[in-house]
Write a protein that binds this ligand. Structure first.
Ligand code: THU
Length: 142
């Protein structure tokens, strides 16, 4: 896994904490913030944005990721996630799949609790055998 300095991890958790303030979560009342860092050093922040119809709700990780991709970013260094929970928050399955589309399997995923304690996981540990464009190789040759 790519090593990150503790200083950098703490900075990303702080930015994710700021992003959590923007959470629109009237249904779950579970606020989440994410901070995605590009290899060029830019930070993209996201929060969860819920919907009365529930299904269209978007997690903090995907908000950050989609903002970054729209801006033309394709190379990512790490992501940090924080909620209001005393438990570490880890990306949901859908977000893991979206991260797998754009991020290297060795990218660090920083999962923080509301007190700022954290665990770091490699993306590949969170989504082993992710379905990616590589799996469509034969299809693409047709
Ligand atoms: N949520 C996230 O934003 N990220 C996660 O990693 C887990 C779940 C959001 C989705 C929903 O708005 C709320 O948390 C409760 O599931």
């Amino acid at each position: 896994m790519k090593q990150l300095h503790e200083f950098e991890i703490k900075k990303m958790i702080k930015l994710a904490t700021d992003a959590r303030e923007k959470s629109y979560s009237p249904y779950s009342k579970f606020r989440v913030g994410a901070c995605l860092k590009t290899t060029s050093g830019a930070y993209y922040l996201g929060c969860n944005i819920e919907n009365a119809a529930f299904s269209p709700s978007c997690c903090a990780e995907r908000t950050a990721m989609l903002k970054a991709v729209y801006e033309g970013e394709r190379d990512f260094e790490a992501i940090a996630i924080i909620s209001d929970s005393l438990n570490y928050v880890a990306p949901c399955g859908v977000c893991r799949q979206v991260l797998a589309e754009f991020c290297n399997p060795n990218m660090p995923v920083i999962c923080a609790d509301c007190e700022g304690n954290y665990e770091v996981y490699e993306l590949r540990a969170l989504i082993p055998m992710a379905f990616t464009s590589d799996d469509m190789g034969a299809h693409n040759k047709q």
